[in-house]
Design a binder for this molecule. Structure first.
Ligand SMILES: O=c1[nH]c(=O)c2nn[nH]c2[nH]1
Length: 294
């Protein structure tokens, strides 16, 4: 036998950091971090040679130390700081894969004003970062959004699709559209931590612009299909963020089925008369794309 793939580290490292501001208000960040390392680590698998193992606990301790010593936002910066630390500290480690999931803590509005230190979890939406730092090659970053659940009650159609003897789905000109957005935008390779730092102002801007483009396009587009709407989102994100070279989407089509009630006293609840629907947990459509800059 031979080892064809080896990557190890600590997953699900939960991290919270508070910032205490001059004016007495406080800000909080909560994230879940995954580190996976690659390098000259084969002998730890093949020969029980633990001398090459930077223990996963060491990796966890390192996350907390670097979180104390450095900013943890934007998450793209913190992921790059972590990745570069492992490359710079351990000569036998050649690549560090750092994934960060940032959770939502939205500041409460109390008595009409932002509360100085109280927050709530307004949804399961996550902000994502996947950063790969390779020795001598800089850092490749995919930023993203996941679990952003959206629904529109009209403004979506699906007709003109291929029909044959296997096709039962009726064409529809007015349907509910719901999906849980998983989207990523890939930054051009950043050659050093210095270049990452020079891009720092653009990470939050890109997240804000991408999120707004997704929500506004979802709402405004007279959608002919999930495929076409997600392409329009991707095209706009590429136009809005110059340092991004490709955008990917994976959108489940979360179906809502009409409930035919005509058996009960002839109730009309289909087509234009449909008001009561049965939301479907599964199966769901799944539409994926990657759109690249020409
Ligand atoms: O937007 C849609 N795209 C599809 O590919 C599809 N297939 N069934 N319904 C669908 N809706």
């Amino acid at each position: 036998s031979e080892l064809s793939y080896a990557r190890y580290g600590k997953d699900n490292v939960r991290l919270y950091k508070v910032h205490r501001h001059e004016d007495g208000s406080q800000s909080v960040v909560e994230m879940t971090v995954r580190i996976l390392l690659e390098g000259d680590i084969e002998t730890s698998y093949t020969e029980a040679d633990n001398s090459v193992v930077v223990a996963t606990d060491t990796q966890k301790q390192t996350i907390y130390i670097l979180a104390k010593q450095n900013p943890v936002t934007p998450p793209e910066l913190f992921a790059s700081i972590l990745g570069n630390h492992f490359i710079d500290t351990y000569s036998h480690i050649h690549a560090a894969h750092v994934n960060i999931i940032q959770h939502k803590w939205t500041r409460m509005t109390v008595d009409g004003r932002p509360h100085p230190h109280s927050f709530f979890r307004d949804g399961q939406e996550k902000r994502l970062v996947e950063a790969i730092t390779r020795r001598g090659q800089g850092t490749s970053i995919r930023s993203g959004i996941s679990e952003l659940l959206v629904l529109k009650s009209t403004g979506s159609a699906f007709y003109g699709f291929h029909r044959d003897e296997y096709t039962r789905l009726p064409e529809v000109w007015d349907r509910i559209l719901s999906t849980e957005v998983e989207c990523g935008w890939h930054w051009k390779n950043l050659s050093s931590i210095a270049e990452v730092r020079s891009v720092v102002p653009q990470f939050d801007q890109a997240w804000e612009k991408s999120r707004n483009i997704i929500l506004e396009t979802f709402a405004k587009d007279e959608s002919a299909s999930v495929q076409n709407t997600m392409y329009k989102m991707s095209d706009q994100i590429l136009a809005a963020v110059s340092l991004v070279d490709k955008v990917d989407f994976a959108l489940p089509n979360k179906h809502y089925f009409e409930v035919d009630l005509s058996w009960h006293k002839g109730i009309k609840n289909t087509g234009r008369d449909a008001e009561v629907y049965a939301p479907q947990t599964d199966p769901n459509g799944l539409i994926q794309c990657t759109v690249s800059r020409k």
